[in-house]
Design a protein around this ligand. Structure first.
Ligand SMILES: *Cc1c(COP(=O)(O)O)cnc(C)c1O
Length: 354
């Protein structure tokens, strides 16, 4: 730390991204990326984007991208916000709507706490139940901004639209942010509730189901007023947060939506296969509606399992947090990768039982 660093940031604990090691080639099941490449249309759109134009700023209004996203979710372009990854949007949303405090589950996406700390917002973590589920009652009449990942991460457990409706109904004076990074893997988007509720902010990303983690693109759906607030923050920080190549990729990705939604279906199938195999091996696995599984097994410590996999070229995500340290989060790769993962898991269990 330099002696110049602002006092208010001295104790800040930054988010720790999943490792991206370069020492050898791993089967990467640790950061919930898609195992599938972007669609041909998306790749062509990037290739056809004229690099000679990179001397010019991109469209700060992102008009065309908002138009196609609006079409995809049956909303007007004015109900759509886009920025450089959904982390960017979460940051803006905490700045814009968290002044009177924020609540979120104790086990959830790590950035909610980081942004609360960064902006010095009063926040409270609401414990998940013993089954690692969100108890909807805990979020009624909160009187504060609410942030919920649905499905939740890293458990993958999903709330129904009816449960979300109950939260929205009793929180009309504060924003309810539903982070739908994993919604395309079997959940139903709360976007369907936007007509009913002006306190709902739905956040999604192109990083998971749309195979564009490297392009950095996220979007939000909400009332025109909430979107205008987010635009105000964006224009007060970085109006050109989406570059020309990513804009082109994003538009083409929405236009080739079927390719991505079909991939999501494949991932669901592979998830079901992997889950069944893990259960056969004696693991407990949460009921995940995401592109990952959250699993533990009696007799093998979570950290040890992570390390044994790593030695054998497979990366998963282990969290040191006390409540979930027995678990690992395993991203669903392609079928061959998951077969290898199961095979290696069997070897590790056999060796551990010797
Ligand atoms: C991956 C993830 C994000 C971040 O997505 P980006 O668009 O890549 O910034 C946001 N929320 C949750 C719950 C995630 O898992």
């Amino acid at each position: 730390m330099s002696k110049f660093f602002a006092g208010k940031y001295k104790n800040l604990e930054a988010y720790v991204p999943g490792e991206q090691p370069r020492d050898m080639k791993y089967i990467k099941l640790n950061t919930n990326e898609s195992p599938y490449p972007p669609s041909k249309e998306t790749i062509d759109a990037v290739k056809n984007e004229n690099a000679l134009m990179l001397n010019l700023y991109p469209d700060p209004t992102c008009r065309e991208l908002k138009r196609v996203l609006g079409g995809r979710y049956s909303l007007d372009a004015e109900n759509v916000f886009v920025s450089n990854g959904s982390d960017d949007i979460l940051n803006f949303a905490f700045m814009a709507f968290g002044e009177n405090g924020v609540i979120f589950p104790d086990i959830s996406y790590g950035f909610y706490e980081v942004f609360s700390e960064l902006h010095n917002l009063p926040y409270k973590k609401i414990p998940l139940t013993d089954n690692l589920e969100i108890n909807v009652e805990d979020y009624k009449n909160a009187g504060k901004m609410i942030a919920i990942a649905n499905p939740n991460a890293p458990t993958g457990i999903l709330l129904s639209l009816d449960e979300i409706r109950q939260i929205l109904k009793t929180n009309t004076e504060n924003v309810v942010l539903i982070d739908e990074a994993y919604i395309d893997f079997g959940g139903e988007s709360s976007a369907a509730l936007l007509e009913e509720f002006d306190n709902l902010l739905v956040v999604q990303t192109f990083s998971k189901s749309r195979s564009l983690a490297g392009a950095r693109l996220g979007f939000a759906l909400a009332s025109r007023e909430i979107i205008a607030d987010l635009e105000k923050i964006k224009y007060s920080t970085n109006p050109y947060s989406i570059n020309r190549l990513t804009l082109a990729a994003g538009i083409a990705a929405v236009e080739s939506d079927k390719y991505y939604m079909d991939n999501a279906k494949e991932i669901i199938k592979t998830r079901d296969y992997t889950k069944n195999e893990l259960i056969k091996l004696g693991f407990s696995v949460t009921n995940s509606f995401a592109n990952f599984l959250f699993a533990k097994k009696d007799g093998i410590d979570g950290k040890t399992f992570y390390e044994e996999l790593r030695k054998r070229g497979i990366l998963v995500r282990h969290f040191d947090k006390e409540r979930i340290k027995d678990y690992n989060r395993i991203t669903i790769g392609n079928p061959e990768e998951m077969e290898t993962f199961i095979k290696v898991t069997k070897t590790i269990l056999q060796e551990a039982s010797k």
